[in-house]
Write a protein that binds this ligand. Structure first.
Ligand SMILES: Cc1cc2nc3c(=O)[nH]c(=O)nc-3n(C[C@H](O)[C@H](O)[C@H](O)COP(=O)(O)OP(=O)(O)OC[C@H]3O[C@@H](n4cnc5c(N)ncnc54)[C@H](O)[C@@H]3O)c2cc1C
Ligand code: SF4
Length: 437
């Protein structure tokens, strides 16, 4: 049952890394040197045995290859599409040092896992019922990976999410040219296929249901609530129509429709990965002029250089060393943003006294997301460091019986980190429930 509506704005995007045919996958798999102590395994947060899964492709055992991937990372299908492989597994392939193109690990992983989905291969069954129940808050990658592992170990799971869709940012946030929402939805169904994971949507924990209720209802609690809303700039005009948070706008584009047909010129404020996704998405939706406005300089931006290179290739412009001072409207339409006025900064990010003005009838703010410390303050005993839940190496919080993983604990990393941490938490919860901790 799909939880994602058809006919979404994101449908216009093509796959930016098209899938391998069986022949292409075989050719690429045969290039692998099958290194012992392969550095790519260490570079993968979920520790997938990469040479092993590639060897299985090369011997025609695609079913076994996908199992090798899923054994380490149950979200291996989405990770194959969304992982920044250039900075993870592919970035550590030994071919890089030999001056040869690195093995396309993500594309091979996609070939194996897509085939498993197409053929409806399933590999896992729930373990014998332990009579214990775990509540998981948030239905993103961290909770899904945690719940699947807990089911293998025989514990009943209930996931609560405030949204109606499941999958967290994998469904609502990742760029559609990497993965569309319906593909993430299909992965959610595949993960839930193990059985015994109840998903209750439309429940905002902390508002609709108290933390104490959840603690009382379950033997253990897992927190995977991710990050909060987009940060906002405190400048005049911030309330004008046409000014949105980038993550909020991306979610609307992925789950429904956004009308940018009348937008002549859009600005995205920020220099991180969300900002780069946003400019590429606006360009892909057909906005004629898209500019990234960033306080720093090109080689110091926090977004991935390879993604920014692609954005430039797609015609995105930039305004470096620019600090927004005000969003301004035209007298003819005083409620609607028409331009953004910026201070020009020097190398030390101090205003030079000069100003620059950029036309913008759509502005997206991609300057970070809030941490959810205040939401979780209803759960006494849990501690925080700069807004993130403090956890130990087993993802356990300072409160007995409560674990946390993913963005709410690591501050905002990647899907693969959330999947890895969720699985670690599940194993620790299992040990604790059995009294083995
Ligand atoms: C725009 C954008 C693009 C990204 N692109 C990539 C990418 O290409 N590749 C990549 O690897 N990573 C990407 N990331 C990061 C990645 O999506 C996250 O690291 C990952 O989804 C974190 O998983 P999570 O389970 O911790 O949290 P989330 O995915 O955020 O899931 C948290 C869930 O908790 C729910 N929730 C929150 N509060 C409550 C509450 N009070 N009650 C009930 N439910 C609640 C939310 O509705 C949500 O479903 C991107 C992030 C953003 C913002
Ligand atoms: S999960 Fe991501 S980092 Fe790990 S091997 Fe697959 S593509 Fe690479």
């Amino acid at each position: 049952m799909s939880r994602v509506q058809p006919d979404r704005s994101e449908d216009v995007f093509e796959d930016f890394k098209p899938a391998y045919s069986p022949g292409q996958a075989l050719t690429e798999a045969n290039r692998c040197l099958f290194c012992e102590d392969a550095p790519c395994i260490t570079a993968c947060p979920t520790g997938i045995d990469i040479p092993q899964f590639i060897r299985k492709i090369s011997t025609g055992n695609v079913k076994g290859s996908a199992k090798t991937i899923f054994d380490s990372n149950i979200l291996g299908m989405s990770c194959a599409r969304v992982c920044p492989v250039e900075t993870l597994c592919v970035g550590d392939c030994v071919y890089n040092d030999l001056g040869e193109p690195p093995i396309q690990i993500g594309k091979l992983q996609r070939f194996a896992t897509d085939t498993a989905f197409e053929k409806d291969w399933t590999y896992y069954e729930a373990g014998p019922d332990t009579g214990k129940s775990v509540g998981l808050v948030g239905a993103g990658p961290a909770s899904l990976a945690c719940a699947h592992e807990l089911r293998k170990l025989g514990h009943a799971c209930t996931i609560y999410d405030k949204r109606d869709v499941v999958g967290g940012l994998n469904t609502t946030g990742v760029a559609p040219y990497k993965m569309r929402a319906d593909r993430s939805d299909a992965e959610v169904e595949w993960v839930l296929g193990i059985g015994g994971i109840e998903v209750i949507t439309g429940v905002d924990v902390g508002t609709d249901k108290s933390w104490d209720d959840l603690v009382g209802a379950h033997d253990a609690l897992f927190i995977g609530v991710g990050l909060g809303p987009d940060h906002w700039l405190s400048v005049p005009g911030k309330e004008l129509d046409g000014v949105y948070g980038a993550v909020e706008f991306i979610e609307r584009m992925k789950l429904g429709t956004v009308d940018v047909s009348k937008v002549r010129s859009a600005v995205v404020v920020g220099g991180g990965n969300t900002a780069i996704d946003a400019v590429r998405e606006l360009a892909g939706l057909g906005v004629g002029s898209v500019t990234m406005v960033y306080r720093g300089v090109e080689d110091k931006m926090s977004g991935y250089a390879h993604e920014w290179k692609a954005a430039k290739h797609e015609g995105v412009r930039s305004s470096w060393r620019s600090q927004p001072l005000a969003f301004e409207a035209d007298p003819s339409d005083p409620a609607k943003v028409a331009r953004i006025r910026c201070a020009v900064l020097d190398d030390a990010k101090q205003p030079t006294g000069d100003e620059t003005t950029i036309e913008a009838d759509l502005v997206l703010l991609a300057i970070g997301q809030a941490k959810l410390e205040s939401l979780l303050s209803g759960l006494s005993g849990v501690t925080f460091d700069r807004g993130c839940v403090v956890v130990d190496a087993a993802q356990k919080t300072a409160r007995d019986g409560v674990w946390a993983a993913g963005d709410c604990a690591n501050g905002g990393k990647e899907v693969v980190n959330a999947a890895a941490e969720g699985k670690v938490a599940a194993q620790a919860i299992d040990a604790w429930l059995k009294g083995d901790e």
